[in-house]
Design a protein around this ligand. Sequence first.
Ligand SMILES: Nc1ncnc2c1ncn2[C@@H]1O[C@H](COP(=O)(O)OP(=O)(O)OP(=O)(O)O)[C@@H](O)[C@H]1O
Ligand SMILES: C[C@H](N)[C@H](N)CCCCCC(=O)O
Ligand SMILES: [Mg+2]
Length: 203
Amino acid sequence: MNQSKRYFVTGIDTDSGKTVISAILTQKLKADYWKPVQAGQPTDSDSIRTLISPDLTIHPEGALLNLPMSPHAAAKAENIYLTRAQFAVPHSDRTMVIEGAGGIMVPINDQDLVIDLAMDFDAEVILVSRNYLGSINHTLLSIAYLRSRNFKIAGIIFNDETNTESERFILNYSQLPCLGRIPRLDQITPQLIDQLGDHITLP
Ligand SMILES: Nc1ncnc2c1ncn2[C@@H]1O[C@H](COP(=O)(O)OP(=O)(O)OP(=O)(O)O)[C@@H](O)[C@H]1O
Ligand SMILES: C[C@H](N)[C@H](N)CCCCCC(=O)O
Ligand SMILES: [Mg+2]
């Protein structure tokens, strides 16, 4: 049997909008949501629960850490050493939206990065790029790293205020597809999350 599709949502930095975009993707695809590594409260799974249809499945976190910091440090504070091998994708026949933690090169231990899990899970990477001064650099460095390790990249989703010139440059330079643009939102409601699915096109 074919494995169902897995998307790993990563971002150019922490707070780039991975959770908001994951909610939109999960709702659009009628997918399952899973956050393998959560550091701090409220959890992203809690936020997602308030934004998507109640019938959609949110799997329990693989590791739930108390402190809102880099997962390797949050784990260390609790005398835990996370390993890649301890994370297994929950069983499901549906598409799985998997959300990373922080940006691309965020550690889970002294050797391994959150993004390594995307490789272990055979997931396609979706990169969330939030517009701010410096985001061209962060976006292109993220892509360069992903390419250097041969990750499968589905494309980029631009989040927040539109910057046409930044987006044009990033897309032209990287030659990656733009999967969508999510504007600055005054209020983030389930209705809006549902409607914003129309702003995203997956390959
Ligand atoms: N398009 C948007 N318009 C308005 N607010 C937004 C938008 N995207 C994200 N936000 C807000 O920015 C903050 C960070 O977004 P989000 O939690 O999705 O980031 P993240 O990348 O998931 O962070 P983390 O690394 O902690 O998982 C949240 O308060 C969220 O509501
Ligand atoms: C706690 C926060 N919201 C994220 N879950 C983790 C961010 C880790 C960032 C580490 C770093 O890049 O320095
Ligand atoms: Mg998040």
